[in-house]
Design a protein around this ligand. Structure first.
Ligand code: ADP
Ligand code: MG
Length: 898
C-alpha cells in the first residue's frame, strides 16, 4: 500500500501537471482532505508528523478558495516542500531547547500562508507549536589511546600479542595490575534519544570528497602497512569504507560480568579471572587436554580445553582471562568446558563495555582488530556522509548515519545498537529500492512493442486447454495481457507456489505473441526442465486457434549441431516463432527476427547477465519472469521494486495435500518399507541428498553416489534405482530423467538438481535427508515434486535428532502447504537472509539481512516511494548525496533487471 504522503505527492503533482484546475481528484482537493487525513494520521508517528498532516489539511481545504493560478501554484509548491522537508515546519521561538542552545539555528521563516480564503471556505486550523529542533550533537570527545610507540613502524603487525603477560598489560595501560576480582559497575546508560544523533548534511562537494577518501586502501590508516593490509584483505576488507561496514559478528557484554561467587551451576556467564595453573593431561581415550585453574579472588574455576593443544602456549600463569560459557559443578568445583575466552583487556573491563567480536584471520588478533576498528570508527565514522534528507529521518525516526556506524561497532547499550541496526538496515533497503525504481524508469522510457489480442481469440484458446483455469490464473493472465498491449515493455514477476500452474500462464503469453506474428522465447535453468516445457507448451500452442503452423523448438546444450544450425536459421529468418531452451539461448549466434516476449522460468537460478542477455536478443521485448519461491509480499515489493508483481495464490482444484512427516534417522527402515509398499502399488519415489554448499559439493555427490549403490543393492533390489547429480553430463541427466518419466526407473536418488520443476505425476514419495539444512521455502519446493498426479503423496524428512530449533521449523512444514506462510515463518525464525538471497543466484546482497524486519521493510518502502514520487531523478538539492549513494548501489550490485 502506498503511504498517505506518497499518494498526496502524486495527486499534487497531477494537479500541477493539469494546470491547477482543482481536478486532480474527483470533487477537488478539499473533498479529498477528509479521507486523506484519517489515513495520514494513522501512519504518523510523532507529534510533528501529526502537525504536518494538519497543516497540509489546512492547505488542501483552502485550495478551492485560491483563485489565482499563481496562488495555487505556490500553495502546492509549499505543500511539496513541506512533505520533502525542503521547507522547515513553523517553529515557535519559545521552544525550550532551541532557546537554551546558543548556536541553534534561527527559527526558519514561516511559510507563506495561503491567501485569506473566501468567507465560505474553511480556514486552515491554527498550527500547533512545533517541537524543538535539536542542534547536532558535538563530536565525541577523543578517546584514550594506547601510548604511541615510535619504534614500531607497523604497530599492529603483532606476532604474539595473545601471549601478553601482566607486565605487558601494565605497560599498555600504565597501571599497576594485580589479579583481583574485577569490580564492575554497570554504567547507567541513558536511553538514547535518536534525534540527538544527527549530523548536518554536508555539501555535495564535501560529501563526494569524503566518499572518495573513504575508498582509499587501508594502508592509509595509521600504522597499517602492507602485511596488515593483506590480512585485512583476507576478511574482504580493502578500503576504509569496507572496514567501517564490516560489523562485529557478535558482542560480549562486559556490562553484565559476574564474579565467581555470584555464578550458579548451569548458567551461561562471562567471568574474568587470573590463571593459577596450567596442566596438560591425558583423557581416557588418550586424548590430550588442558586443565586450567583460575581464581578471581572470590572463588576458583576449573577450565578444560579439549582438542586445542596449541592453547598451551597462549596461557601463562597470572594471565588474566575473560571467559564466556556454561558453568557446571563437578565435585563441588566450578567448571567450564571449551569456553570462549580472551585475554582480559582492562580497558573493556573498566568501561564495562559491550565489546565487539570480529571475524579474524591468521596473525590478526581480536585485540588488534578492535584497536584498528576503534581508530577507523573514530577518525572516519563521521566522515561517511549523511545522505538521507532530514524529512526522511524525521518521518521515520531514524538516527544519524555517523552515530549509527559508531554504535554498530562500539555500542553504548543494546538499545543504541538496535537503533543503529535499524538505521543501517533501513539504508540497505531504501537505497536498494531507490535503485530498483530508477531502473524501472530507465526501461520504461524506451518504447516497447504493443502486442494486443482479441477476446474471441483468447476465449478460443482457453477452450483448447485440458482444464479450466483457476481464478488466480485468469487474473494474472489478464494482468499480463494488459501489460503486453501497452507500448511500454512489460517487466513482470509471476510468483506462484510449486504446482500452482505457472506454465500455462507463460504458454498463454507466448501464444498471444505468436498469434500476432511475434517471436517468443522461454529460458529454463536446466535442460530437463526446458525439455519438459517444450513438450507441454508445444502441445498447448499447437492446439491454439491458428496454431497448427506454429513452429516450437527446443534449444539446449544437447541439441545436435545440425539441428542447432537449423534453429538458428529459423529464428533469424522468423519462421520459428517459439523457442524454449536453456542458457544455450543466450549464446552468440542466436538471433531473432522479431522477438516480442521473453519468459524466464525459475528466475533466481539465473545471474543478472543471463537474464539481461536474453532480453537483449530483442528490441525491448516484454519480459515475464517466474518464480516458485514464495516470498512475503512486503519483502517482494522491495526486492522486486523494478517489477510488477502477479501472484497465483490458488491451487488447481482437487489437489490433496501432501502428507509430511519428520522421521528420526533410526526410523529409516520403516520409511524404506513404506516406500516399498508405494513401489509395489506402481508408484515412483524421489530420495534427495541435498547439495548445500559448493565447498561440500564433493561429499554430497559422494553421499548420493554411495547411497545410490547401497539402495539399489540392499534396499530396493527388486526395482530400478537411478542416480542424478550436478556433475553428470547434461546428456546423462537427460537420459536418467527420461527413464524416470517413463517409469523405467522407479527410485530416483539425487542431489538438489531436482529442486526445479520436474513433473512426474506418478511419483508419490519424496524422502529428503538432512532436511534441517534448508530453508522452509526450499524444502517446500522439493516437496512440490510429488503430489502432481491423482495419487495421495508423501514427503518424509530426516533430521539429526539433536537440532531442536530445526525440528521446530520443520514442524511448520508438516502443518501447512502454503508456501507464502512458510516463507513468513522462515522470516520470523531465521531473519530475512534466505529470502533476500532469493533474488539472485549469488546470495544475499543485504549485509544486515538478519536485522531486517517486516516493519523496517514497510518503512523503507514508504519512504522510497514518497521520495521517488516527488523527485524521481533525485535532482533536488537535498537528494544529491542520496543520488550518489543510489548510483553506487546500481554499479556495485549490478544491473539486476530481471
Ligand atoms: P508450476 O507453477 O509449479 O510451474 P505447473 O505449471 O507445472 O506448475 O503445473 C503443475 C500441474 O498442474 C501441471 O500438471 C499442470 O498441467 C496442472 N495444472 C495447471 N493449471 C491447472 C488447472 N487450472 N487445473 C488443473 N490442473 C492444472
Ligand atoms: Mg514450473
Amino acid at each position: 500500500m502506498p503511504s498517505a504522503l506518497e499518494t498526496l505527492v502524486k495527486i499534487l503533482k497531477l494537479e500541477q501537471d493539469t494546470g491547477y484546475k482543482n481536478t486532480a481528484v474527483i470533487g477537488g482537493l478539499q473533498s479529498y482532505a477528509g479521507n486523506w487525513q484519517r489515513e495520514a494520521h494513522q501512519q504518523a508517528k510523532r507529534p510533528e508528523h501529526h502537525q504536518l498532516v494538519d497543516e497540509l489539511i489546512g492547505y488542501l481545504e483552502a485550495y478551492p478558495s485560491l483563485e489565482a493560478t499563481e496562488a495555487r501554484h505556490d500553495a502546492i509548491k509549499h505543500m511539496l516542500g513541506r512533505i520533502m522537508g525542503r521547507i522547515p515546519g513553523p517553529t515557535v521561538a519559545t521552544s525550550t531547547l532551541a532557546s537554551a542552545s546558543p548556536d541553534a539555528a534561527p527559527p526558519p521563516p514561516l511559510p507563506p500562508a495561503p491567501p485569506p480564503p473566501t468567507a465560505s471556505a474553511q480556514t486552515p486550523p491554527p498550527r500547533p507549536s512545533a517541537p524543538p529542533r535539536t542542534p547536532p550533537s558535538p563530536p565525541p570527545a577523543p578517546r584514550s589511546r594506547r601510548k604511541p610507540d615510535p619504534d614500531e613502524d607497523e604497530l599492529f603487525e603483532d606476532s604474539g600479542e595473545e601471549l601478553e603477560t601482566s607486565e605487558d598489560i601494565e605497560d599498555l595501560f600504565g597501571v599497576e595490575f594485580r589479579p583481583v576480582a574485577p569490580h564492575i559497575e554497570t554504567p547507567a546508560v541513558p536511553p538514547v534519544s535518536p534525534r540527538r544523533t544527527r549530523q548536518e548534511m554536508p555539501s555535495l562537494a564535501d560529501a563526494v570528497r569524503h566518499m572518495q577518501e573513504l575508498r582509499v586502501s587501508t594502508t592509509q590508516l595509521h600504522k597499517v602497512g602492507k602485511i596488515m593490509a593483506e590480512k585485512l584483505q583476507k576478511l574482504g576488507i580493502e578500503t576504509i569504507e569496507e572496514m567501517i561496514y564490516t560489523f562485529p559478528r557478535r558482542f560480549d557484554d562486559y556490562t553484565r560480568m559476574r564474579t565467581l561467587n555470584q555464578v550458579q551451576q548451569g548458567e551461561v556467564v562471562t567471568v574474568a579471572a587470573a590463571v593459577e595453573s596450567i596442566v596438560r593431561k591425558q583423557g581416557k581415550g588418550g586424548q590430550p587436554y588442558l586443565l586450567l585453574t583460575l581464581d578471581d579472588g572470590t572463588n576458583c574455576l576449573q577450565v578444560t580445553f579439549f582438542g586445542q593443544p596449541w592453547l598451551q602456549r597462549q596461557f601463562k600463569r597470572d594471565s588474566q582471562l575473560v571467559l564466556s560459557g556454561k558453568v557446571d559443578l563437578f565435585r563441588g568445583q566450578l567448571m567450564m568446558t571449551n569456553p570462549e575466552w580472551e585475554l582480559l583487556e582492562r580497558e573493556n573491563l573498566h568501561t564495562g563495555r559491550i565489546v565487539p567480536v570480529y571475524h579474524l584471520t591468521k596473525g590478526l588478533s581480536a585485540r588488534t582488530m578492535r584497536r584498528l576498528m576503534r581508530q577507523v570508527v573514530d577518525e572516519w565514522g563521521r566522515k561517511v556522509p549523511e545522505y538521507l534528507p532530514d524529512s526522511v529521518l524525521d518521518r521515520s525516526d531514524l538516527v544519524g548515519l555517523g552515530w549509527a556506524l559508531e554504535q554498530m561497532h562500539f555500542p553504548d547499550s543494546f538499545d543504541a545498537l538496535n537503533y543503529a541496526r535499524a538505521r543501517l538496515g533501513f539504508d540497505e533497503l531504501f537505497t536498494f529500492q531507490m535503485a530498483m525504481l530508477s531502473f524501472r524508469r530507465e526501461w520504461q522510457i524506451v518504447p516497447g512493442q504493443p502486442i494486443g489480442v482479441e477476446d474471441w481469440w483468447l476465449d478460443q484458446f482457453f477452450g483448447t486447454l485440458p482444464f479450466p483455469l483457476t481464478n488466480a490464473q485468469q487474473r494474472v493472465i489478464s494482468e499480463i495481457r494488459a501489460d503486453m498491449a501497452k507500448p511500454v515493455a512489460m517487466n513482470r514477476l509471476l510468483q506462484g507456489d510449486v504446482g500452482s500452474g505457472k506454465t500455462v500462464v507463460a504458454a498463454t503469453a507466448m501464444a498471444i505473441a505468436a498469434s500476432q506474428g511475434k517471436q517468443a522465447a522461454l529460458m529454463a535453468p536446466t535442460s530437463i526442465l526446458a525439455e519438459q516445457h517444450a513438450r507441454s507448451i508445444g502441445n498447448l500452442l499447437r492446439s491454439a486457434p491458428g496454431g497448427e503452423h506454429i513452429q516450437v523448438r527446443l534449444l539446449t546444450g544437447n541439441t545436435s549441431d545440425d539441428e542447432r544450425n537449423e534453429i538458428l536459421r529459423g529464428l533469424a529468418e522468423g519462421w520459428i516463432q517459439v523457442v524454449i531452451g536453456t542458457h544455450a539461448l543466450i549464446q552468440q549466434g542466436v538471433n531473432f527476427q522479431n522477438l516480442g516476449l521473453v519468459v524466464i522460468d525459475e528466475q533466481h537460478r539465473f545471474g543478472v547477465e543471463q537474464r539481461a542477455g536474453l532480453r537483449g536478443k530483442g528490441t525491448n521485448p516484454h519480459v515475464l519472469v517466474m518464480t516458485a519461491t514464495p516470498i512475503p509480499r512486503t519483502l517482494a515489493l522491495t526486492v522486486y521494486a523494478d517489477l510488477d508483481l502477479s501472484i497465483i495464490d490458488e491451487m488447481p482444484a482437487g489437489r490433496a495435500p501432501i502428507e509430511t512427516r519428520i522421521i528420526d534417522p533410526v526410523q529409516r527402515e520403516r520409511a524404506y518399507s513404506f516406500i516399498r509398499s508405494q513401489l509395489a502399488q506402481g508408484r515412483q519415489v524421489f530420495i534427495v541428498y541435498p547439495l548445500v554448499e559448493t565447498s561440500e559439493a564433493l561429499d554430497e555427490v559422494g553421499a548420493a553416489v554411495d547411497a545410490f549403490s547401497w539402495l539399489q543393492k540392499e534396499v530396493f533390489s527388486s526395482y530400478k534405482v537411478g542416480l542424478l547429480h550436478g556433475r553428470m553430463k547434461p546428456a546423462e541427466k537427460e537420459a536418467v530423467m527420461a527413464a524416470f518419466s517413463s517409469n523405467q526407473i522407479q527410485v530416483l536418488v539425487s542431489t538438489s538438481v531436482i529442486e526445479v520443476g520436474i513433473d512426474v505425476p506418478n511419483a508419490t514419495v519424496i524422502l529428503i535427508e538432512n532436511a534441517e539444512r534448508f530453508g522452509l521455502a526450499q524444502l517446500h519446493q522439493f516437496r512440490g515434486r510429488v503430489g502432481r498426479g491423482e495419487y495421495k503423496s508423501y514427503c518424509l524428512l530426516t533430521t539429526s535428532a539433536d537440532n531442536l530449533e530445526a525440528e521446530q521449523r520443520l514442524k511448520a512444514l508438516e502443518e501447512t502447504m502454503d508456501g507464502f506462510k512458510l516463507a513468513e515463518i522462515d522470516w520470523n525464525m531465521r531473519g530475512s537472509g534466505d529470502l533476500l538471497g532469493l533474488r539472485q543466484s549469488g546470495g544475499s546482497q543485504f549485509r544486515l539481512a538478519e536485522w531486517i524486519t517486516p516493519s523496517l521493510v514497510e518503512l523503507a518502502q514508504r519512504e522510497a516511494r514518497t521520495v521517488y514520487a516527488e523527485d524521481p531523478d533525485l535532482s533536488q538539492p537535498e537528494h544529491l548525496i542520496l543520488a550518489q549513494r543510489v548510483q553506487i548501489v546500481l554499479e556495485s550490485r549490478g544491473a539486476d533487471v530481471s
